[in-house]
Design a protein around this ligand. Structure first.
Ligand code: UD1
Length: 364
């Protein structure tokens, strides 16, 4: 049986790596090929993940690059179709909720190639998020829906997905996190800055809802500067955010504050170290809400909603919304109180990739 795996953007690489690693250990006669759409293309947004996670070079690289949503999605579809026709896999496996996920799933569904969606069923119920559209579309046309947390099962059942297409497999991102944790790397700047374990905050920001509105971004930067006066702030800056900060003249303000440590996007092993040793994580990423939950590090999530409610119910994440005014108080509360009790959700155990490969093999 031929299985094709697709990845395109940074959060895809750790998920695909888990499935690829499980496939290497599987006895069933499955062959895997890997397609990289090129949605993310910088060395530190893409290449470093391949080397650190033990992923092979992709069999196909579509080199699509950046663009508007329509352009990027269309270009991925246009370039992916001939690859799919040439390879003729039995299954296409797509992960997550990025444009590459939806674009490749659409191409496959229309050519009659069966689609398995990993991380199916997550819903923020906020259609202003491009990822929510990608999730809804991808789930609607997938033949196999592989779910990471119970809310995904509830949503898909309510949407009428038959039981034989639904599987609660757990969280592939956690497979990679647990496998790599012993190899986490302390970045060189930590010594230069004399950063001590549990005595700094790690921050990531890239969502349009936080960085696209310049007034909001300006208010957010004011709050970040205040936070950095209380505790050092480590901020690996996403290229999209870098562009917005620069355009608004805010980058120099952040750079001028010595305890606000701006670094380029970090590699997987370096970022894992930074998260694991943080006193607190502040983020608008979906994946980091999950990773902080597994690491047991408090996480303030700068969003109005989340498609990953289990990280709020059982994990370490707290939604603070997108109003920067609420962030400072939330940080101070965390820094002055005992950590809230949390637990690692069911099936976030390092074996999700193995379950997925077994399910695919059983469909042979
Ligand atoms: C994408 C995903 C988002 C995911 C995020 C992780 C969609 C709709 N969004 O958002 O769900 O959380 O990746 O990073 O698929 N850029 C570079 N170098 C790169 C990649 C991007 O400079 O290697 C810049 C470009 O200016 C580009 C911008 O970042 O226009 C945004 O990239 P894009 O892939 O369109 O969306 P992300 O914001 O990264």
């Amino acid at each position: 049986m031929k299985i094709m795996l697709v990845c395109g953007a940074r959060p895809n690489f750790m998920k695909v790596a888990a499935i690829y690693a499980a496939a290497q250990e599987c006895q069933a006669p499955l062959t895997f090929s890997l397609v990289h759409t090129g949605q993310h293309y910088d060395a530190n947004m893409s290449d470093v993940f391949f080397s650190q996670l033990g992923l092979p070079q992709p069999d196909y690289h579509l080199n699509v690059g950046s663009g508007s949503h329509a352009l990027q999605t269309a270009e991925i579809m246009r370039r992916f179709e001939p690859v799919l026709l040439e390879q003729g896999p039995d299954w296409l496996v797509v992960v997550g909720d990025v444009n590459s996920t939806m674009a490749c799933a659409l191409v496959a569904a229309k050519l009659g190639v069966r689609v398995a969606h990993v991380e199916a069923g997550l819903r923020s119920f906020d259609r202003r998020m491009p990822e929510e559209i990608n999730r809804v579309v991808t789930d609607a046309i997938s033949d196999l829906l592989l779910v990471s947390e119970p809310s995904g099962l509830d949503h898909l059942r309510r949407e009428g997905v038959p039981a034989d297409r639904l599987h609660f497999v757990g969280n592939v991102m956690v497979d990679t996190l647990l496998r790599c944790r012993p190899r986490a790397q302390r970045p060189a700047f930590c010594d230069e800055q004399q950063l001590r374990s549990k005595q700094y905050v790690t921050l990531t920001l890239h969502r349009p809802s936080n960085v696209d509105d310049l007034d909001n971004l300006r208010r957010l930067v004011d709050v970040l500067l205040e936070i950095s006066r209380e505790i050092p702030l480590v901020f690996p800056v996403h290229p999209r955010t870098l562009g917005k900060l620069d355009a608004a003249g805010l980058l120099t303000r952040l750079q001028a504050e010595p305890r606000c440590i701006l670094i380029p996007p970090a590699g997987y092993l370096e970022f894992l170290y930074l998260m694991d040793h943080s006193r607190l994580i502040v983020t608008d990423s979906g994946g980091i809400q999950e990773e902080s939950t597994v690491l047991g590090v408090p996480c303030l999530t700068l969003r109005e909603n989340t498609e990953r409610p289990i990280t709020l119910e059982q994990g370490t994440s707290i939604l603070v919304g997108t109003d920067p005014a609420k962030l400072l108080g939330a940080v101070q509360t965390i820094l002055t109180s005992r950590p809230r009790a949390s637990k690692v959700p069911e099936k976030w155990d390092g074996f999700a990739g193995q379950r997925i490969v077994e399910i695919l093999a059983s469909r042979f």
